[in-house]
Design a protein around this ligand. Structure first.
Ligand SMILES: [Zn+2]
Length: 418
């Protein structure tokens, strides 16, 4: 329906992108500074913000959008998603069982469905970090880029690179290396380099490693090889790790972001701050953990993990580690969309004592830098892509107002209006 409306609009206007859109904006938030500019006019052309200011002349023939009562923010980002994956399908089944039930094509369709939900809820950029079948997420994004579907910008990792066995353990030998549907084994610096190159060859924007899901973990040398290879190709490295020696290796190797980090100590957090390593904290709310359980044995019990997550986020914030919002949401709760579930994480951030302005920064400015898209996205400013959302009340006072996103513009196209 939406696509059809757009097609009609294209016919009527001749060329949609030639037209200027003028947004009358009551309150424009700059999340980098935590400030608000009042009564701005934002001119959007060819998908980008052309200019912004008080009392800007609106060109004749421009489409005017009145958001004078609203609070505008750059589109939200989630630095840790798995849009092709729904983990709980009628029970706490191990991860690998999904490979038997779901094809890559079906997984790509799930990503498109989730992408549609997310962009309408205000998430205009996501970073999808693996568990996407056989590179399904890249094809899903090709569908969005072709204009067949509405969705956020997807940055993708391809297959997860990990020591032998990926995130599985003890799959019977006669089944073969079953996990390779979603993982690449890398058990030396040379294998790591090859795995990184393989993923980049198939389109990875980021390299995703899992360091520690078995008693053995990635060495500093293996991690350094990944960082070296990825950085020379202009890609950041994101590493799943909980804590201990594995996390120490990850930090020492100078990766770009550490994902989860539930068991990080204060000295480790301090070292992350020193080295400029971002924490993508995936702060699962207790209610979600109760559904996931131990996720087939790769997570601690919910009553242990939930308080640990809050404490770790609190300490990371206090120490001054750069934080990026990442949810890792892969569950379903009846009556809630995936976006609703992602907004549930805001409650954990509030419990950890992170002020609203810093939460919004972790959902815009910080991930834009981490994802290396800050020249194009993450701010409402001339030259930036027109990824703009609006809410009816000030998120710098109450971050939960982000649940009420009622206007979304993605790359200059209106996908939701109040
Ligand atoms: Zn994840």
């Amino acid at each position: 329906m939406r696509t059809r409306l757009l097609a009609v609009a294209l016919l009527i206007s001749g060329s949609l992108f030639a037209q200027t859109i003028a947004i009358k904006a009551g309150n424009v938030i700059d999340p980098a500074k935590g400030t608000v500019a009042k009564d701005q006019v934002i001119l959007v052309e060819s998908g980008k913000i052309k200019s912004m200011g008080v009392g800007l002349a609106i060109p004749a023939g421009a489409q005017v959008i009145d958001l004078s009562k609203e609070w505008l923010s750059p589109g939200l980002m989630d630095a840790h998603t798995h849009l092709t994956l729904t983990e709980v399908i009628g029970g706490n089944a191990p991860f690998e069982s999904y490979y038997l039930k779901e094809t890559t094509a079906y997984r790509a369709m799930r990503a498109l469905h989730n992408g549609d939900i997310l962009v309408h809820a205000g998430f205009t950029t996501i970073r999808d970090v693996g568990n996407d079948a056989d590179y399904a997420i890249k094809d899903a994004f090709r569908g969005v880029q072709a204009g067949w579907f509405v969705g956020p910008t997807f940055l993708t990792s391809g297959k997860i690179i990990a020591p032998f066995g990926g995130q599985s353990n003890a799959i019977p030998h006669e089944q073969g290396e079953f996990w390779r549907y979603e993982y690449i084994d890398a058990d030396s610096p040379a294998e790591m380099r090859k795995a990184v190159r393989q993923n980049i060859y198939y389109g990875a924007d980021v390299i995703k490693l899992v360091a520690d899901n078995n008693p053995y973990h990635l060495s500093v040398e293996e991690l350094r090889a990944a960082v070296d290879e990825a950085h020379h190709a202009g890609r950041p490295v994101a590493v799943h790790v909980y804590g201990g020696e594995a996390a120490q290796n990850v930090i020492e190797a100078g990766v770009d972001s550490l994902e989860h980090g539930f068991d990080l100590t204060d000295p480790q957090l301090q070292l992350m701050k020193q080295k400029g390593i971002v924490l993508v904290s995936t702060d699962f709310p207790r209610a979600h953990l109760d559904i996931v359980g131990t996720s087939g044995g790769i997570l601690p019990e919910p009553q242990v993990l939930a308080p640990k997550i809050i404490d770790r986020l609190h300490r990371a914030y206090r120490i001054g580690v750069t934080l990026a919002f990442g949810t890792d949401t892969v569950i379903e709760i009846p009556g809630k969309t995936r976006a609703d579930l992602m907004f549930d994480y805001l409650g954990v951030w509030r419990q950890a004592g992170v002020p609203p302005a810093d939460i919004l920064k972790a959902m815009t400015t910080n991930p834009a830098k981490l994802l290396r898209v800050d020249q194009e996205r993450g701010a409402i400013a001339p030259g930036q892509a027109a990824d703009i959302i609006a809410v009816p009340s000030n998120p710098l006072e109450d971050i939960e107002s982000l649940r009420k996103v009622n206007f979304v513009m993605k790359d200059g196209k209106v996908v939701r209006t109040p």
